[in-house]
Design a protein. Structure first.
Lengths: 253, 317
């Protein structure tokens, strides 16, 4: 039954969107019914409200809103995480991007998430939504499929938590323009030393601040490798790069 | 005995139900995990108590688990938004999560409530320094030094800020002032390195035994081979280390651009002074060598020539 529901609602919504898009005028789209179906599928009421308000304010026609909602339902129906898509749609509408352009972005993002799911499934990690978001967003923001594939196949056997941290580091550092070889060397050091603790998810913040201060990418990653090799945390990288530290321990006040 | 005292404290706390007693105890003793265990129980009993949430957050932070710490610190702040320490530690938590913007926000809030909060002034200075907003950083370090004249981090980082502003001469003076108060420890080593890079060799780091030690450079009173009182203090440090470690022997190496003879007299003077205070020392534990040339020191990409210099090198067995 639940499987039927999973597919039934999106199918109905998709069908109505296609029909409405093809033959009906904006006023004829029963957005309310579509919205109910979308919420049943798992789309947040916030996103639905945004679309309703946009129709009400005359910023979107019912048809446009319906098509945008249809994209979200498609994501939902494929059991992909909807939040990044909802956020992207809200961002586009807030920035007054043309609805057609928002649709295009959502469609491209969906392709990236599909690719991400395939890559992760092949590596035996297909069920983890947080991984899917990391990989999907990585691909959406310029990380190449081959790079992600190489990482997943090389590190698929590693500990789940380390794999997640490593993938997040790969995606974020590559998006920030760090050279692939530098990033891979650093991740190799992390995996080999077993020191990719969850703290390393925040390394990107250190890296960006260091770059803001004029430290070159190679020096940042060299410091990261040295710290990883000795089992340290990102805070140690910032200290190694000459940044200040904080006492998080014994001091009482 | 310690266990008995610990158990006693825990018992009192359990009876009093007061995180304000147990929290500082566990933090001071470094018993973070035990503290988390005790206070978690306390927190379940009384989830609205701000101080319980605060100390739980602090203990998690001390365990270097900022993600676990933050919900508790947030809860403490929500329960008592006017408590400067709660806000301050939330800021530290954000730093641990490398969220530097929110870290700054918290310290600014603290200073609105308590403008003389030394740690918030200091860490706000750190935050500005790390983000390259050096003038702001310097302002906060100066303020900390007004509030706490001997604050080591403010004294040291004041030098860094001045250096970053291109005020090299003032930076050198700031680091020397820091070293005057704190001639030992990791910041002293760093301050010395930074001074040396600027061509100031008032202090130098030497590997003595297995430790990297900051020492005052050997300086002789004009026209004599008598050591200045500051130089003698460094020799006291070395003598104490040799006293402690009976197998620690040192090479004392002299350089002088004014000839071999001067270099020899310099190292002899050093050895004589050390032996005069420690007649029990075997003189062979201080092995002398000398060169009639200046010492050339490479620091970073630059090199410096020191006309008169004495180096200490651990004898490798």
């Amino acid at each position: 039954m639940s499987r039927l529901c999973n597919w039934f609602f999106p199918a109905v919504v998709l069908l109505s969107v296609l029909l409405c898009g093809g033959v009906a005028t904006a006023e004829q789209v029963d957005f309310e019914a579509m919205a109910k179906d979308a919420e049943d599928c798992g789309i947040s009421s916030v996103s639905v409200n945004i679309l309703e308000t946009a129709i009400h304010d005359g910023k979107l026609s019912g048809d446009e809103a319906g098509r945008l909602l249809g994209h979200l339902v498609e994501v939902c129906s494929e059991k992909l995480p909807t939040v990044p898509f909802e956020e992207k749609m809200a961002e586009g509408l807030a920035k007054r991007v043309a609805p057609v352009a928002v649709e295009r972005v959502l469609a491209a993002k969906l392709e990236d998430y599909r690719d991400a799911k395939i890559i992760l499934t092949e590596a035996g990690k297909g069920d983890d939504p947080s991984l899917l978001v990391i990989a999907g967003e990585g691909l959406s923001n310029g990380v190449s499929t081959s790079e992600l594939q190489a990482f997943a196949s090389a590190r698929g056997e590693n500990d789940e938590k380390e794999f997640l941290v490593g993938m997040e580091m790969l995606c974020l550092l590559r998006q920030a323009g760090f050279d692939a070889a530098l990033v891979n060397d650093t991740l190799d050091t992390g995996f080999e030393s077993g020191s990719l603790s969850p703290d390393w998810r925040y390394f990107i913040r250190v890296a960006l601040v260091a770059r803001e201060r004029g430290v070159d990418n190679a020096s940042i990653m060299k410091a990261a490798r040295q710290v990883l090799a000795s089992g340290g945390v990102p805070g140690d990288v910032s200290i190694r790069l000459g940044f200040t530290s904080r006492n998080i321990g014994r001091r009482v006040n | 005995m310690k266990k008995v005292i610990g158990a006693f404290v825990v018992m009192i706390v359990m009876m009093s139900g007061c995180a304000k007693i147990v929290g500082p105890y566990y933090l001071e003793q470094g018993k973070y995990e035990e503290g988390v265990e005790t206070l978690t129980h306390e927190y379940r009993e009384n989830p609205n108590d701000a101080s319980t949430a605060y100390y739980l957050g602090r203990l998690y932070l001390a365990l270097n688990k900022p993600e676990q710490a933050m919900p508790y610190l947030e809860r403490a702040v929500a329960a008592d938004p006017a408590d400067a320490d709660y806000l301050f530690w939330q800021g530290v938590g954000y730093w641990a999560l490398m969220d530097f913007d929110r870290e700054r926000e918290m310290y600014i809030k603290v200073l609105r409530i308590e403008p003389k909060h030394i740690s918030a002034n200091l860490y706000l200075g750190h935050n500005y320094l790390d983000r390259g907003e050096v003038k702001n950083a310097l302002g906060y370090y100066d303020k900390v030094i007004v509030l706490d004249e001997f604050n080591p981090e403010a004294l040291y980082n004041r030098g860094t800020a001045l250096h970053d502003l291109g005020m090299e001469k003032e930076a050198v003076e700031a680091w020397k002032k820091f070293l005057e108060y704190y001639p030992d420890g990791s910041l002293a080593l760093q301050a010395t390195e930074r001074l040396n890079i600027q061509g100031d060799f008032t202090y130098r780091n030497f590997i003595i035994g297995k430790r990297n030690v900051t020492l005052r450079t050997m300086v002789f009173k004009p026209g004599t081979f008598d050591l200045t009182s500051e130089s003698k203090e460094s020799l006291h440090v070395l003598a104490a280390m040799m006293e402690e470690n009976k197998i620690l022997d040192l090479h004392v190496v002299g350089y002088s651009g004014n000839g071999k003879n001067r270099a020899r007299r310099m190292v002899q003077s050093v050895r004589d002074y050390m032996l005069s205070g420690h007649p029990d020392f075997d003189r062979n534990r201080l092995l002398l060598s000398w060169f009639g040339t200046p010492e050339v020191v490479g620091e970073g990409k630059r090199s410096f020539t020191l006309d008169d210099s004495v180096k200490f090198i651990t004898v490798v067995r």
